[in-house]
Design a protein around this ligand. Sequence first.
Ligand code: FES
Ligand SMILES: [Fe+2]
Length: 346
Amino acid sequence: MTTELIKNVWYVVGLSEELKSKSFISKVVMNEPILLVRPSQGPVYAIKDICPHRGIPFSYGRMVKDEMECPYHGWTFNHQGVCTRIPSLCSGQDLDPNKIKVRSYPVREQQGLIWIFWGDKDFPIEQAPEIPVMKAFDMNVRPNVVEVATFNCHIDHAVIGLMDPAHGPYIHKSPIWRSEKTSYEKTKKFAPVPFGFQMVRHQPSKNSTAYKILGGQPTTEITFTLPSVRVEHIQVGKRNVYSYTALTPVSEKETKIHQMMYWDHPLLSLFRPFVHEFAHFFLYQDIDAVNKQQDGLKYDPSLMLIKDADTQAKWYYALKNEWFKFLENKLTFQHPVQETELRWRS
Ligand code: FES
Ligand SMILES: [Fe+2]
C-alpha cells in the first residue's frame, strides 16, 4: 500500500463563486502554492504562486491587463506562465523576458468547480481519469449547498472515511438519522466503472429518514473514481439530487474537502438552510473522528481492512496501485474490481 499522493490527475482547487472576474486567489495543492486567476476575458488560468525571480508569491501583487504583476520588481506573467515584461531592462540589454517561465497548470471549470491537472508536463491528459459529470445537469449548474473544510490527515484516510459504510451508526448519531440500535444487515451490488467502482442503483436503506423527506420512491447510485471523487446520485421520479464530494491533497498531512449538493427538487430548495445545516453537522462529525484518529496514527500503528465493510477501501488501494503501475510502465490499466455483492451491518 503506497502512501504516495496520486499525480497525473485532476483535483478540485476551488469553487467558481470564489473567483469573480478580474480577481485571483492562492491555493495549495500537492505541497505547491497555486494562483488561480480569472481574467476579464477568457477562461480561468493557474500558475505557480512563486515569482521565479526572487520567490515572492504573485498573490501579493496585482493584475495588469489580465496578467499577473509581481509586487517586488514588477515582472509580468501571462496565462501560460510566460514572462512578458521586465521593467528594469534598459535598451541594449538583450535578456528576452519570454524565455523566463513559471509553471502553469491545465484548468477546467465545470458545474461550479475549478479543477487543475496536477502532473508531469509530458503526460497525455486524455489518459487520466475523467472529471465526473452530473449528467442530469448542464455544465453551468451551480451547487445549492457547499461545504469546504480541512481534514488534518493524509488523503488516503479521508478517502477511506468517505467510502466507509460501518462508521455511520457510531460517528453520525443524530436524533433524526441513524443510530446503532436501528442498524441491520445490508447487501449492495457493486460494479467496476472506469478508474473506480459503483454501488449500483438501488432503493436506499429504510432507516434513512432523510430520504423519506424527499417523498416518492428514491433510488440511489454511488460512484467513486480516482483520485478521490465520490458522487451520489439520488433520483426521485424525474427529480435529481447529487451529493458530490472531492478530496484534494494539500500536503501529506492535510486534505481539503469540497462537498457540494446539487438538486432540482423544489422541496429541498424550500428547506435549503436546514439541508445545509445538516450537511455541515454531518461533515464535522467526520472531521472530528479523523482528528481523533490522528492521535493514534501518530504512533504509526499497523492497521486492518476487513471483509466486507472495508472492501471498498481495499479497492481504493488496489486502484491506486494500478494507477502507479500504469504510470511507471505505460501498460494498460488493469482494473482490480469485479462485479460483486458486499454485505455489512450498519
Ligand atoms: S521577485 Fe518577482 S519580479 Fe523580482
Ligand atoms: Fe462519515
